[in-house]
Design a protein around this ligand. Structure first.
Ligand code: ZN
Length: 298
């Protein structure tokens, strides 16, 4: 709730709820699912073994025990009249963050999670959420699978929704395993080139992507024909606070590849691991920079 107020004060038009109040962006959703054993975690290499994590195990048929995020959504809705975005983990990222002792088939398990996500997303929409965003950091790790079934699973999670739908893909927070991995990716990060054409064809309406201090060539955004691009203009892996000018410049750069009417300025990724005062200053820069860009470029 405090986070909602901070975003409003910063002048952010689309307020985000989801990550701030959760322990972990995937496990927060899993906690309300029957069929998962949290008491006996096992070590698993995740994101193609980029790092090891202790993960819960699927041991029985998966079922929602009830609503997952009703309280967070209703409280956030009651405290802002602005557009409200809610984030959920995507099916591919979920199955890459949990061990399977039951289904014996990753894809099958992903589609079961997609159904559960769809149940919760439909309920969030009824709570008054305007944008449902699925976070899929696994999408730039398993590009072949994204094209084979990852996007289909995402579409299943978003099926029947009439609110706006978004997917967030990213190269992760500034934790050490990620920054080490990023060193191996070369000067230009072109992974998105393999998946954007398929995303462009999907009914998912928006793509949230990091643009500030990113090695992703912005020209790749041109592949997202017809999509609203939530352009990350705030670096969440650095404590250096952006100026409004920095933010406006990124928006200007993005506008070379995406029509202005389809650009929404946001942060590169969630701010959960950040110091509170820095996160706050960065939010202020986001609001001020977006305003500056509107004045300058229309
Ligand atoms: Zn992210």
């Amino acid at each position: 709730m405090l986070a909602v107020k901070l975003q409003e004060d910063a002048g952010v038009d689309i307020v985000t709820e989801g990550e701030q109040s959760r322990q972990h962006f995937v496990h927060g959703f899993l906690e309300k699912i029957e069929g998962i054993d949290f008491a006996h975690k096992v070590e698993m290499g995740i994101r193609k073994d980029r790092y090891k994590a202790m993960v819960p195990q699927v041991v029985a048929p998966l079922r929602l025990k009830g609503r997952v995020h009703a309280d967070e959504a209703r409280i956030a809705r009651a405290h802002t009249t602005r557009k409200l975005k809610f984030t959920l983990p995507g099916p591919m990222t979920i199955i890459d963050t949990i061990a399977d002792q039951y289904y014996g088939d990753r894809v099958k398990m992903a589609f079961v999670f997609a159904e559960l996500l769809n149940e919760e997303a439909t309920a969030l929409q009824a709570d008054g959420v305007d944008v449902i965003q699925f976070d899929e950091p696994a999408f730039n790790v398993y590009m072949d699978e994204v094209n084979d079934w990852g996007i289909r699973a995402l579409e299943r999670a978003a099926e029947g929704l009439s609110c706006a739908t978004a997917v967030h893909i990213c190269y992760g927070y500034g934790i050490k395993a990620n920054t080490d991995w990023k060193q191996t990716l070369g000067a230009e990060w072109r992974q998105y080139e393999e998946i954007f054409p398929a995303i462009a064809k999907s009914p998912i309406q928006q793509v949230a992507i990091e643009c500030r201090n990113s090695h992703v060539p912005l020209e790749l955004l041109g592949l997202l024909t017809g999509k609203v691009v939530q352009a990350g203009v705030i670096d969440v892996a650095s404590d250096t606070v952006e100026t409004a000018e920095d933010v406006a410049r990124v928006i200007d750069d993005v506008s070379k590849f995406v029509p202005k009417s389809n650009i929404v300025a946001t942060t590169n990724c969630g701010m959960a691991p950040m110091h509170r005062d820095i996160a706050e200053a960065k939010l202020m820069a986001l609001g001020a920079g977006a305003k500056l860009a509107r004045q300058r470029f229309g």
